[in-house]
Design a protein. Sequence first.
Length: 133
Amino acid sequence: MKKSKIELEYNLKSPSLNAVWIAVGTPAGMSEWFADQVVAETDRLYSFFWEENKQQAKLIALKPHNYIRFQWLEDEQTDVFFEIRLTVNELTNEMVLHITDFVLDTEKEDAILVWNKQIEIMQRKNGLYFFYK
């Protein structure tokens, strides 16, 4: 089945770029909000654990303090990925967290709800302030 791209944005109020990057760009940080546990098996292979479930992804792009992009192993040989990107408006100094994901059309609404919930968890655990855009 074909997956469609979803793009979400969350405005951040005054957190440090480094604190946000640790939360979104490191296995330890992602283990706090994205999955129960995230393990870097190698430089390019990550394992994500949710209760009894394990899913693996390849790290396909990384620019520290800017973005991290993964591709689930089940999506190899496709252009499907998920990415977490940080941008800073140089005029206002406001940070924006951008999420890009690919989901089945029948799961689009649920995927958005899940991302919103995960971002709320990150906010609570890290004391970050997000505003939905």
